[in-house]
Write a protein that binds this ligand. Structure first.
Ligand SMILES: O=C[C@H](O)COP(=O)(O)O
Length: 259
């Protein structure tokens, strides 16, 4: 196994295999759950809109994929739903069997200084998740006006007691970047290494995944990287990793490592 294949194997088990498209159907979600298992093992989770949580759980269980988690999203993607709507969505997702809820930080409100609203969203979402469902907070790093907001939002979310901080919705022009990941991983390292990190949006190749994994190794150590601490939110990374593991790819198809 090459070094890149070793990273591809590691990345595969860290994927939140995502389908968050407005035209998703029940069949899309069944196909997503089926794709969650590969010859090289299964992904960490599938990530779907709230209305598909129960279907995803039922489908994964029928396929014998009981260890694959179901993640969903709230306040997504704008970050501008009311607190009441966010908590209603969270309660329903938990009741339907969501293992993880990815809530969008009200990032525009955060940058305007409305920290009280942001705190309410995060702490009340965490309370609604209870002690069995993880709360992952999407900072939307690509929309932050400068890097200081990425650091501040990461630290704010960690202080609010969330389980993961996540870069992006995948729905804005700039999604996961190594620069944002570096700032967020540093915030985790300094403030609470029990908090996890999720790189999401635009990650499509084995070499890109390797770059994020090497960054996390450098910041928090190899042993820190496991599904409890590190995820890739991605809709089209899995196929590239499997091709890499099959030895089917040329160097250009595995992408360029930038770290
Ligand atoms: O949270 C995950 C993202 O929405 C996935 O983005 P992607 O479709 O660019 O992989």
């Amino acid at each position: 196994m090459s070094e890149l294949q070793a990273y591809a194997q590691q990345a595969l088990q860290l994927i939140d295999l995502t389908s968050l498209n407005l035209d998703d159907t029940e069949q899309t979600i069944i196909d997503l759950c089926t794709a969650a298992n590969t010859d090289y093992g299964h992904v960490a989770a599938v990530c779907v809109y709230p209305k598909f949580v129960a279907l995803a759980r039922g489908t994964l269980d029928k396929l014998g994929l009981t260890d694959v988690k179901v993640a969903t999203v709230t306040n997504f993607p704008s970050g501008e739903e009311s607190l009441t709507t966010i908590i209603k969505e969270t309660n329903k997702a938990v009741a339907d069997g969501a293992d993880e809820v990815d809530v969008v930080l009200p990032y525009r409100a955060f940058m305007k200084g409305d920290l009280e609203h942001c705190e309410q969203v995060l702490t009340k979402s965490k309370a609604a998740c209870g002690d069995k469902t993880l709360l992952k907070v999407i900072i939307e790093s690509g929309e932050m006006l400068d890097d200081s907001f990425i650091k501040a939002a990461s630290e704010f979310a960690i202080d609010c007691g969330v389980d993961f901080i996540k870069t992006s919705t995948g729905k804005v022009p700039v999604n996961a970047t190594l620069e944002a990941a570096d700032i967020m991983l540093a915030a985790i390292n300094t403030n609470n290494p029990n908090v996890g990190f999720k790189a999401a949006g635009g990650i499509r190749t084995a070499n890109e995944a390797k770059s994020y994994l090497k960054l996390a190794e450098d910041k928090l150590g190899k042993d820190w990287i496991n599904p409890a601490h590190f995820r890739f939110g991605a809709s089209s990374l899995l196929g590239n990793l499997v091709d890499c593991l099959n030895g089917k790819q040329t160097a250009s198809e595995t992408g360029t490592s930038t770290y």
